[in-house]
Design a protein. Structure first.
Length: 284
């Protein structure tokens, strides 16, 4: 299996893409990611995503469609370094989203729709972001029901809301694998949207409804400790599943990892789900 690729896109400098198990991670800074998010889909890889990528073909298909994949976890970042495929930095969704809307605060061509979180939280995030940006950069917000992804009527209603809003970017915070699968399945129904981001709990953070872990915990890979201690019922299963991640990374480093039989980014010859991203070179 290939381990490192050099990829390119017209208008941007080439960059490195590193394989971790059956996923590819782009070696880009937050600023470089924001710069490239003029079109396409961003997903943010963490150990729980790796768990689902071994078991969920629909999730793997969504990841294959991604334009960019960032490291949402210090453990993803550290693991790539340990097995000789280092990337520039951890670039979590909770850092990319505020960098994105601040970068475009004075760009009238960019507008955002927030989809996710509990009822009222997305609207709270909308008001906060617009107050800081100084304009109506967030043009719509909706907290869907818990069964949203399985309710065709609600999905149709939300898609109509997004299209009517005129949003060019949809930030989806439904949790994995729901958000990635939903984006991949429905994005063709929103022709005015240029950018999609699947970013988990970021809408909660933007609303200041949930506090992020202190900076020193984030820097040292301890955000999971903070989340588990503050919301144990929400996160205990997710972090228990992380144990599987460390075993798989060990196998990958020893070249003993075998990907699941279904198609996934790491065992695909295609450089990206976005045809604008082209392969320059690769090595194992």
């Amino acid at each position: 299996m290939e381990n490192i690729r050099q990829v390119a896109r017209a208008g941007f400098n080439p960059w490195q893409r590193s394989r971790l198990l059956n996923a590819w991670v782009d070696s880009l800074t937050i600023a470089e990611i924001v710069e490239r998010l003029d079109e396409g889909t961003l997903f943010t890889l963490n150990p729980d995503h790796i768990y689902h990528l071994q078991r969920n073909p629909d999730f793997a298909a969504a990841y294959r469609s991604a334009t960019l994949v960032s490291s949402d976890s210090k453990y993803v970042y550290w693991s790539l370094g340990l097995i000789g495929r280092a990337i520039k930095q951890k670039s979590s969704g909770s850092d990319i989203v505020p960098a994105y809307w601040r970068h475009h605060a004075n760009n009238p061509a960019v507008s955002i729709f927030l989809l996710g979180a509990k009822e009222g939280v997305a609207e709270q995030a909308r008001r906060r972001i617009n107050g800081i940006a100084g304009r109506e950069i967030v043009v719509g917000a909706h907290g869907p029901s818990f069964e949203f992804v399985n309710d065709p009527e609600e999905i149709a209603s939300v898609i109509a809301m997004i299209n009517a809003s005129g949003a060019t970017c949809v930030i989806v915070g439904l949790g994995a694998p729901k958000q990635e699968v939903w984006i991949n399945k429905h994005r063709h129904l929103m022709p005015g949207v240029k950018v999609y981001m699947g970013v988990g709990a970021v809408i909660d953070y933007e609303a200041e409804a949930v506090k992020r872990a202190p900076g020193w915990m984030n820097r040292n890979g301890l955000e999971w400790v903070y989340r588990l201690s503050t919301e144990p019922r929400r996160y205990w299963r997710r972090y228990f599943r992380t144990l599987d991640f460390f075993w798989l990374v060990l196998l990958d480093g020893l070249r003993l990892y075998r990907p699941p039989a279904f198609a996934a980014p790491g065992n695909s010859p295609e450089p990206s789900g976005d045809p604008r991203v082209t392969l320059i070179s690769s090595k194992s």
